[in-house]
Write a protein that binds this ligand. Structure first.
Ligand code: G6P
Length: 612
């Protein structure tokens, strides 16, 4: 979703603002803009579409200001055109905003009545007028922001730049993340604001995160943090690891391809963090502040791909630890008013750690007395900071909007947790643990093997590119992967796709089967294969085009004509989704590339969904 940067520099900053915005592109956006001070006066450049358009504008009409703010906008209120692009400004203040101002209508009415003219359809513009309105009563910029913030309802991160003030930026955070950076080396004395440490990585790795409700006053002399009450507070300066990560595509055409190919390495790294490989045991890298043996139930919530990781994990927690799992998408869970049991554990799963609905369900679980554990990829995120236990995924920054390596790392962590709980509850003995750990250790090698099937997968994907619709089927742990495969395909190729439990085929989707309908069957040879084969025969009998993602034994069992097959190595049955995720991702990737789609930034989607 929207990305924010701010620079208080010693050289013209427009180019650097755009560079920093490029590092936020992964969040998803549809317009962009910057504002600087030219001879002390506020000047903006904004453009619809990609940052390239803003760069062209800036090359035609360069800006020389030494201070500025920049923004990538993911439209919520108002179309993604230049008028609605941030920064929003009136004569005295320019603002960039990430989030939603819920009471903007009522504020706008009041401001209109006091003579303010609105130019855009956005909720964000109201913030610029509100601060300007406070300044008209004689307040300076800092006092005006301090007076305006309590009037705003909703979730936001904000950055302000003021006409005539070439040594002042103000940032504020409520609900959406914001980081402050201190310039280092050649940039000594410069100060920065950014939606995350990644945006600031080229300039600095010395970072402080605003806490919920904080606002911060930046000058070239440093940063003064205030909490929601206005009191001056100290916030810890930490060294960010973001600059250690190369945010480029390497030899790949797209971040998504790079991230798919990184999976053997990052899943291996994540497993190494949770396993004592030589002892054949799970060793959680944190202490559990609860007794896993005494847990009464697990409540799992997440959104999108992270939710599907949770759906797979439900099979593991129930099978390995004999603990029942209630799972829901976070956006619904929060409205169910679900009664939560004593000694219950809430697990939230999130790549970004900032997804608004997932955060809300974490808070609900906390308020209802649950132990809270977060499986997150961004250790400095809000969800990580608000959870009593953080189980990190070590996927590294994920830039492609469609989640890939974060998903398989989430699965790896959840598998380790399920085994650890199984041991603690006496369901698994030492031998069973060692067998499962052995199966986990084999996964990175199996994923590398699956990647070698890419040419065959590409062929299958090209066959899909002409379909209007596709069906993905799976049973047992392969069912959630069918859902994930369908989600990947629709996200980036815009082909309509549905994932179904193979056994549900007869209860509806079979009506859709004809010779134009590709049916991707995810079927490793496991205890359910015979039943899935029956479903394949039902599809074949109706002329459906079957693509089997399975091993040689599954193919032999299937005994139906296949329109395509992706050859998987034989493997132990429990953890197949971690390996079979690779072909599911590559099918979607190659279909989308073949169709000429914007794989890394698919239309309308955002990487980090910080609004509800
Ligand atoms: C968005 C992204 C998905 C992601 C979901 C949940 O929809 O496009 O790839 O799975 O949000 O995000 P989270 O950061 O909480 O895992």
């Amino acid at each position: 979703m929207c990305g924010i940067v701010g620079i208080l520099g010693a050289r013209p900053v427009a180019g650097e603002l755009v560079e920093a915005l490029k590092r936020l592109e992964y969040r998803g956006y549809d317009s962009a803009g910057v504002a600087t001070l030219e001879s002390g006066r506020l000047i903006r450049r904004r453009a619809q579409g990609k940052l390239r358009n803003l760069e062209i504008l800036l090359s035609e009409a360069p800006l020389k200001g030494l201070i500025g703010i920049g923004h990538t906008r993911w439209a919520t209120h108002g179309r993604p055109n230049e008028t609605n692009a941030h920064p929003h400004a009136n004569g005295s203040v320019a603002v960039v905003h990430n989030g939603i101002i819920e009471n903007f209508r009522e504020l706008r009415e009041g401001l209109r009545a006091r003579g303010h003219n609105f130019q855009t359809e956005t909720d964000s513009e109201v913030v610029a007028h509100l601060v300007a309105d406070e300044m008209q009563t004689g307040k300076g910029p800092v006092a005006a922001v301090a007076a305006a913030l309590p009037q705003l309802r909703g979730a936001f991160a904000l950055a302000f730049l003021f006409d005539g003030q070439d040594d002042l930026l103000i940032g504020a955070r409520r609900g959406s993340p914001l980081a402050v950076g201190w310039g280092e080396g050649e940039q000594q004395g410069e100060m920065y604001l950014g939606s995350d440490a990644l945006a600031l990585a080229p300039f600095t790795s010395e970072i402080a995160y605003l806490e919920e409700g904080d606002w911060v006053v930046l000058t070239r002399g440093g940063a003064e943090f205030h909490d929601a009450s206005g009191a001056i507070v100290q916030r810890a300066r930490v060294r960010s690891q973001a600059s250690a990560f190369l945010v480029d595509k390497g030899e790949h055409r797209h971040f998504m391809a790079k991230e798919i190919h990184e999976q053997p390495e990052v899943v291996g790294r994540t497993l190494a963090h949770y396993l004592d490989m030589s002892a054949g045991k799970v060793r959680l890298p944190f202490d559990l502040p609860f007794d896993a043996n005494a847990l009464s139930r697990i409540t799992l919530t997440a959104c999108g791909t992270a939710y599907y990781a949770g759906l797979v994990a439900r099979y593991w927690f129930e099978r390995f630890a004999r603990i029942s799992v209630d799972i829901d998408v976070a956006s619904e869970f929060r409205y169910r008013e679900a009664p939560l049991p004593e000694r219950g554990l809430a697990i939230v799963v999130s790549q970004s750690g900032e997804t608004a609905d997932t955060l809300a369900s974490l808070r609900y679980a906390k308020d209802n007395g649950q132990h809270c554990l977060a499986v997150v990829n961004v250790p400095t995120s809000t969800i990580a900071r608000e959870s009593s236990v953080v189980a990190p995924t070590l996927a590294g920054p994920e830039i492609g909007v469609a989640s890939t390596k974060a998903f398989t790392c989430q699965l790896a962590v959840l598998a380790c947790l399920a085994i650890a709980f199984g041991r603690a509850r006496g369901v698994l003995d030492e031998k069973e643990e060692a067998r499962l750990v052995g199966d986990l250790i084999a996964l990175p090698g199996l994923m590398a093997k699956a990647l070698l099937e890419e040419p065959a997968i590409e062929q299958v994907a090209h066959g899909l590119a002409h379909a209007r619709s596709a069906l993905y089927l799976g049973r047992g742990v392969s069912f959630p992967l069918a859902l994930e495969g369908a989600l990947k395909l629709k996200e980036i190729s815009y082909i309509h796709a549905e994932g179904y439990a193979a056994g549900e085929l007869k209860h509806g989707p079979i009506a859709l089967i004809d010779e134009d309908m590709p049916v991707i069957v995810i079927a490793p040879k496991d205890a359910t294969i015979e039943k899935t084969v029956s479903n394949m025969q039902e599809v074949a009998a109706r002329g459906g085009r079957i693509v089997l993602v399975g091993d040689a034994a599954a193919r032999e069992e299937a005994a139906v004509a296949l329109a395509g097959a992706i050859d998987m190595a034989p493997m132990a049955p429990d953890f197949t989704p971690i390996v079979y995720a690779v072909p599911a991702q590559l099918i979607a990737y190659h279909a989308a590339v073949f169709m000429g789609k914007d794989v890394d930034q698919p239309r309308n989607l955002a990487k980090s969904v910080t609004v509800e």
